[in-house]
Design a protein around this ligand. Sequence first.
Ligand code: NOJ
Length: 513
Amino acid sequence: MADWLKDAIFYEIYPQSFMDSNGDGIGDFEGIIQKLDYVKGLGFNAIWMNPCFDSPFGDAGYDVRDYYKTAERYGTNEQLKKLFDECHKRGIHILLDLVPGHTSVEHEWFIKSMKSEHNEFSDRYIWTDSVWEEPEGLNCIRGISDRDGSAGVNFFSMQPALNYGYAEPKRPYQQRPDDPAPLATRQAIKDIMKFWLDMGCDGFRVDMAGSLVKCDPEYKETIKLWQDINSFLKNKYPDAAMVSEWGEPKYSMPAGFDMDFLLHFGPEGYTSLFRSAKPFFSKKGTGTPTVFSQLYDISYKSAKENGGLVCIPSGNHDMDRLSRYRDTDELKCCFAFLLSMPGVPFVYYGDEIGMEYVEGLTSKEGGYGRTGSRTPMQWDMSKNCGFSSADSDKLYIPQSSSPDRPTVSAQQNDENSLLSEVKKLIAIRRANPALGNLSDFEFVYCRDNTYPLIYKRSCAEQTVYVCLNPSDKVQTADVPIKGNVIYSLNGAPTFDDKKITLPPCSACFVECK
Ligand code: NOJ
């Protein structure tokens, strides 16, 4: 694992919506550079930036038209290189978003693969041998090419699936993962990775990493494929980091990824924390921590065994904002959890100020329900919240019109704000080795339908108990914890020899000798 991941804390930047430097209503590289000191000032030392490549933007850039060229709206390749350099000057590492599973229908490879004459790209995608046959396990595009066949799609219908083969080919059009065409696709992806790593990026967040080999229910062939790519990478670029959008560390860790996210799809453990019908992190106190703990136990073990890390994101561009249905105290409690768990924390831009999910927006660039979580960052009280000098109706996505919409400037000087709490929690994580990314973890009090949740973080130098009571009632746990309270939210806990009692909607970190 790259050494820098041991103390990395990530900030996710959705480039469209972070900062517009040239007044065209959409964010850009130069805008991100202008805000790097803000990111650094909060204590983050790593960034994941969503796709910034040439694209028709049918899926916000997850439909790549040219992997080697940045989208004009964000800036040139040279400006992206400048962004890498400016990050590095500040001790920040930056990951690009790699989309290996599919391209746009406008990608040159796909245009060539649609031709009826056989050519170098005929098998770059999954094509059946007749337009009347659908590819197994996939939706498809058909009737748009001279070629007689249907092309499998990976996500939206304009995102044709690249061909990495089928785990167990059954039909003539299905190739083995180590047949020449799937191997050529794999090589093409390695070349793209080399290109950006040589330019200075520090690794990749990998889109739909588990989706590459088709009809591979236990991911055996997909794991082998990633082992190959990840070992190539580690040999040539030992400092590069790879984080998978897979959602199941029990598969991604053996595949050689450094980190994997727990996510809103796949097993429901992550969703049960913040986004289910009865989330654990809610004042209502009707959730349960054990759906999460069951998934986490398996995930943490896989990460430990394989020398990797589990990431629990505050949210991302695909999920409802963390702040939807939550007040500031509830959000602070969420962050006390997110910033005290092992692995690598990821904070989605704007979550640190409780940016709202904007209801009722028209879908933008394939966002649909996700559009409300992708609105432009709210920096200050000036026009467009300081995001852009464009006319408001020219913004990429409209901003919240609420008179009390949160902004960075309002929260920066308020020690009780969410932003100040997030900054404080990052500083506490950095100051206490037991709370570090690689320090040990154990659930201490985690029961079905019960609050609070208590876990122990430890390393050779220190032990810290993290006690979380998101509910709006006083909660007691029969755990004898005594020590020095190094962090408390909404009131101090009380201890005796047998139990700890926590005030409503509170959190505390207790250092024990
Ligand atoms: C996951 C990405 O996070 C999402 O935004 C995108 O639409 C799909 N993958 C398809 O690439």
